[in-house]
Design a protein around this ligand. Structure first.
Ligand code: KG4
Ligand code: ZN
Length: 334
């Protein structure tokens, strides 16, 4: 089954063609840079840019792969969660195409897309598995009992992991988004340089919290001379990042061991973090657990992961109606 995927949930416009869930035939992503000067996403700008970019991206995709109603079996589009204005651009585009071409379409939960990004890395991947979704908007631990059957074991109580990276990057004057910049600087730094607090939860919980960590970094920076901070940017980044990475890895491994699950997958923009990938691999190998990460380009938002999830859903007969609405809030499994 060959599916056209469309993703416009936030500040990436993406179009892709995926065959049989795992084979990417075409894949285009445009990342907006307009938000940098505002230090965060401006929803009105995001949706306007989605409108500008969706057609050129679709045309680019057509030039790589002949996208015609004869070649495509269905359309998968992110219909939530995300920014409502951005979501509507992709959803309306997908509806118009599906109606005009007379082919089925399906609205996909963006978070399910991040899980399916792992199928692009391993075509033979099969549940049960634990998936950690870590992005700019979400941090949650999911038990994938079967494809389409998800149990959220825990989530963040406040900031998402990517949000913490972005906020700390902003405090350090690194610009927005700053996750990849912290990752790069931290490679040269000492993770033991400073000790930031780790939140404690009741035994057995799989929750996360990052807003206290961000505040601790802010207070630490306030106490230091600017010159000291500038000369130790790499160390501060490494110490902050180490804190996030160990909390994410500890909690995920504990969940896998408690549930007797031997495969752990990671998805979302923060899954691109080099230290997270390294520590996950090492700790999972030591515990006899298999760890899996999408390729870097499929960690951040893309349409191939949406097409992959769409293949699964359309294959099993799921269909959306043309009156489907975009939803800003859509819990996984709900
Ligand atoms: O999945 P994504 O593209 O969008 C959302 O669905 O939110 O994730 C974007 C997030 C941003 O917060 C960005 O700073 C973070 O992923 N990110 C990283 C890295 N690359 C992107 N965080 C840490 N290390 C990275 N290498
Ligand atoms: Zn995402």
């Amino acid at each position: 089954m060959r599916i056209l995927g469309i993703e416009t949930s936030c500040d990436e416009t993406a179009v892709a063609v995926v065959e049989n869930r795992t084979s990417v035939l075409a894949d285009f992503v445009y990342s907006q840079t307009d938000h940098e000067e505002y230090g965060g996403i401006v929803p009105e700008i995001a949706s306007r840019q989605q409108l500008r970019k969706i057609m050129p991206l679709f045309e680019a995709c057509k030039s790589r792969y002949q996208v015609t109603p004869e070649n495509i079996d269905g359309i998968a589009v992110t219909s939530g969660p995300g920014l409502i204005g951005s979501l509507m651009v992709g959803l309306n585009f997908a509806k118009a195409l599906a109606y005009g071409w007379g082919i089925p379409f399906i609205g996909i939960n963006h978070l399910e897309g991040h899980i399916f990004a792992n199928c692009l890395a391993d075509p033979d991947l099969q549940p049960p598995l634990i998936c950690l979704i870590v992005s700019g908007g979400h941090t949650l631990l999911v038990e994938v009992a079967a494809w389409g059957e998800y149990y959220v074991l825990g989530a963040t109580r406040d900031d998402a992991a990517g949000e913490a990276f972005d906020k700390v990057a902003k405090l350090l004057g690194l610009g927005y988004p700053g996750g990849h910049k912290i990752d790069k600087l931290a490679r040269e730094g000492d993770p033991e340089f400073a000790k930031f607090p780790t939140p404690q939860f009741k035994t057995g919980a799989y929750e996360f919290s990052f807003s206290g960590l961000k505040t601790a970094v802010a207070l630490y920076l306030k106490e230091q001379q600017e010159e000291f901070v500038q000369s130790h940017l790499d160390d501060i980044c490494a110490a902050f990042q180490e804190n996030v990475v160990s909390v994410l890895v500890d909690t995920t491994l504990r969940a896998a061991q408690d549930r007797g699950i031997t495969t752990v997958a990671v998805g979302g923009g923060v899954a691109a973090n080099s230290r997270l990938r390294e520590v996950f691999r090492r700790r999972c190998d030591g515990a006899g657990i298999r760890s899996l990460f999408p390729d870097l380009r499929y960690c951040t938002d893309n349409a191939a992961m949406i097409a992959s999830a769409g293949c699964f859903r359309l294959e099993r007969g799921d269909r959306s109606e043309l009156n489907l609405k975009a939803v800003p809030y859509w819990p996984l499994g709900g």
